[in-house]
Design a protein around this ligand. Structure first.
Ligand SMILES: NC(=O)c1ccc[n+]([C@@H]2O[C@H](COP(=O)([O-])OP(=O)(O)OC[C@H]3O[C@@H](n4cnc5c(N)ncnc54)[C@H](O)[C@@H]3O)[C@@H](O)[C@H]2O)c1
Length: 258
């Protein structure tokens, strides 16, 4: 038995637009045999279509849908559409998220609220909606997304991001506790600096900062979205990780091992 085989399975990936980590996760799942429902904001339609074409290029079935993960009704509509298309969801990879770099004294309450709504509340909404189906199916894999700045912070003012992503990590543990009895594994990937994506692309204009990040990483290089995340997502999505739950797994080149 190939423990990494996803043939006949269906994955839902949020934040799935080309240009981000979700594109790579979707392709990794498809490479291992999964059909994929690809979700992102409506404004990312063209990039979502690019991911869809890439998944289909691997011979897998892909469909796209739009969602604001902070809106419970929209989350319900996304999951309902995925179920209408594929009939089930075996794997959820929830990557949708936002980052805002702003001094706490300058941040407005609506800005703070929006970051927390998308990163933390959005994770709860999406996980919970999908897990309701997984309970019926008596199995499922939920993969959330935090950051290397889960238990530590970075050098820049991103406190809403740090706080919301720390919340995602402990939410993961709490849901793993609740859903273990349903044979649902809930884990969290914590990427280091994966470059470039839409989120990290602006670093290109700051070569000194990129160099500092490289030096700060044990492996002496930044994460490559093409190669450094896919294996971890496949591991957490497949039978290979059936006894792994409630974990935050850092793919950060050693950054957090200081
Ligand atoms: N790239 C990195 O180095 C890195 C490092 C640590 C953590 N992360 C995390 O990984 C995830 C993916 O990041 P990325 O680098 O691919 O960035 P990205 O900006 O390319 O991806 C984030 C995606 O989330 C989507 N999104 C934002 N708000 C949304 C909403 N309200 N509803 C639905 N979708 C929404 C965006 O459209 C985008 O496609 C994020 O959660 C991010 O915090 C990334």
């Amino acid at each position: 038995m190939n423990q990494f085989d996803l043939t006949g399975q269906v994955s839902l990936v949020t934040g799935a637009s080309a240009g981000g980590l979700g594109y790579h996760s979707a392709l990794a799942l498809a490479e291992h045999g999964s059909d994929v429902y690809l979700a992102d904001q409506a404004s990312r339609k063209e990039d979502l279509e690019r991911t869809k074409a890439a998944v289909e290029g691997l011979g897998r079935h892909a469909e796209i849908g739009f969602v604001d993960v902070a809106d419970e009704g929209a989350v319900d509509a996304m999951v309902t559409a995925a179920l209408d298309t594929f009939g089930k969801i075996d794997v959820l990879v929830h990557h949708a998220g936002v980052m805002l770099r702003k001094d706490a004294f300058e941040m407005t309450l609506p800005e703070w609220q929006r970051i927390v709504d998308i990163n933390l509340t959005g994770t709860w909404l999406v996980d919970r909606r999908v897990a309701r189906e997984m309970v019926r199916q008596k199995r499922g894999k939920v993969i959330n997304t935090s950051t290397l700045y889960t238990n530590i912070v970075g050098p820049l003012p991103e406190s809403a991001y740090y706080a919301s992503k720390a919340g995602v990590a402990n939410l993961t543990r709490g849901l793993a506790l609740e859903w273990g009895k349903h044979n649902i594994q809930v884990n969290c990937v914590a990427p280091g600096v994966f470059y470039p994506t839409q989120m990290t692309g602006p670093l290109g204009a700051q070569p000194d900062r990129l160099e500092w990040m490289r030096q700060r990483t044990f492996l002496g290089r930044l994460g490559n979205p093409e190669t450094d995340l896919r294996g971890l997502v496949v591991f957490l999505a497949t039978a290979a990780s059936d006894y792994v739950t409630g974990q935050v797994i850092f793919a950060d080149g050693g950054w957090t091992a200081w």
